[in-house]
Design a protein. Structure first.
Length: 411
């Protein structure tokens, strides 16, 4: 049998006081996604669940009365409740019993509050396994623990040269559709547009040609490929890069989808809670799009592995253009997101991935990071990741290695 992925000796993030545990109310229908656990204290169960959340990179807000709100990277919201169980009468195995002669038991109930039900079921099964002490890394798909952005170099030989023009045309059409969705004033349309860009820039979800074209539009503002002859679609009309910069830098879009100087005005600092929630979701998606695009162009700038000078040119061009467009440094903004790792670990993980790609490609970016004392911010985020978020831990460790390599080269 595989060794559990957690250990009791590890400091837990969720402490539950047994005397504060609630009884199940009368006429309260317990969810089918629940289990009753005998002869285990609420604190032990909570410790196992919190360690499972760390391994699966789930953001969690815990309560000592036995409730927890979870937020996954796929924007699924999960609510966990620990209840006093009824147990079994006449326990004679030496385990603790309550005053009425019942063995001590805890009911673990899991509810989906928002998000994809299929994704919820995957997490729910692992959380229930963890509560019973049966969760192992082998049961969780390895690709979920790895970087979200699959390597694209293996796909080069799989592309069919005969369909190149059709793929270019389809990619441009898809980008135009995404851009039009971003320009609408409806929240659901804008979110759908950003989700489309996430797919278009991810080679594991689409083909390499489409991912390359979409990534160049995101980073360079143009297709910029000698194989593309389509002159009817103008990047400045699409406004995709401007939308990404606006969301990453300011966390919201202007009314016309792109960047607007009034985004920092006093009037725009006050908004409805619904708008804040929507903008937070768009901000996370924009970071994912940027991370995907940097990954693609870092490995495959023109369909072949890029050399360091091309990587540096692309990174420096994006940094300069984003600074010029928003009058704010993109490196500083990404470090600002990383500094909020304690409250927004999913965003911080994506920010660390973006910074790693930029620092690997650009010497100017590494130099600016040193001026901004980036290493201290990264170390603080790494501490948060080690305690609560495995993916954040993984990304910040990579980022520290890049910064450390710079320090070694200087000496």
């Amino acid at each position: 049998m595989s060794k559990p992925a957690y250990g009791v000796e590890k400091e837990t993030n969720w402490r539950v006081q047994a005397n504060l545990l609630r009884q199940v109310p009368l006429y309260y229908p317990i969810e089918k996604t629940s289990t009753e656990i005998l002869n285990c204290t609420p604190d032990e169960i909570a410790s196992k669940i919190s360690e499972c959340c760390r391994i699966l990179s789930i953001q969690a807000i815990y309560d000592e009365v036995g409730t927890a709100m979870l937020y996954t990277t796929e924007h699924v919201e999960i609510f966990i409740s620990l209840w006093q169980g009824i147990g079994v009468t006449g326990a004679n195995d030496g385990h603790a019993v309550s005053n009425d002669g019942h063995a001590v038991s805890v009911i673990v109930e899991i509810q989906r509050r928002r998000g994809c039900p299929i994704t919820y079921q995957k997490y729910c099964c692992n959380l229930l396994d963890a509560a019973q002490g049966e969760f192992t890394l082998e049961r969780f798909p390895k690709k979920s623990m790895d970087n979200l952005h699959a390597p694209v170099t293996k796909q080069i030989n799989e592309e069919k040269s005969g369909t190149g023009n059709a793929e270019n045309s389809n990619a441009l059409i898809a980008l135009e559709i995404a851009a039009n969705l971003l320009k609408k004033d409806r929240m659901d349309a804008r979110k759908l547009g950003m989700e489309s860009l996430c797919l278009l820039t991810d080679p594991s979800k689409t083909n390499l040609t489409t991912a390359l074209i979409a990534s160049r539009v995101v980073l360079l503002g143009s297709v910029g490929d000698e194989n593309t002859d389509d002159e009817e679609v103008y990047p400045e009309e699409l406004g995709i890069r401007e939308a990404i910069i606006s969301l990453v830098q300011f966390g919201r879009l202007s009314d016309d989808c792109g960047f607007n100087a009034d985004l920092e005005s006093e009037e725009n600092k006050f908004s409805h809670p619904e708008d804040d929630e929507h903008n937070a979701s768009l901000h996370n998606l924009a970071l994912a799009v940027l991370a995907n695009a940097l990954d693609v162009l870092e490995n495959n700038g023109n369909g072949v592995t890029t050399n360091q000078s091309i990587k540096s040119d692309i990174a420096n061009h994006f940094i300069e253009e984003s600074n010029h467009t928003s009058n704010r440094e993109i490196i500083s903004s990404l470090l600002g997101v990383l500094s909020q790792a304690n409250s927004k670990p999913h965003d911080a993980s994506l920010s660390a991935h973006c910074l790693t790609s930029l620092f690997q490609a650009s010497e100017d970016a590494r130099r600016r990071a040193k001026e901004l004392n980036a290493k201290q911010v990264v170390i603080s985020a790494l501490d948060v990741g080690r305690r609560t978020h495995a993916k954040l831990e993984n990304e910040t460790e990579k980022l520290i290695l890049v910064l450390q390599r710079q320090t070694d080269e200087e000496h």
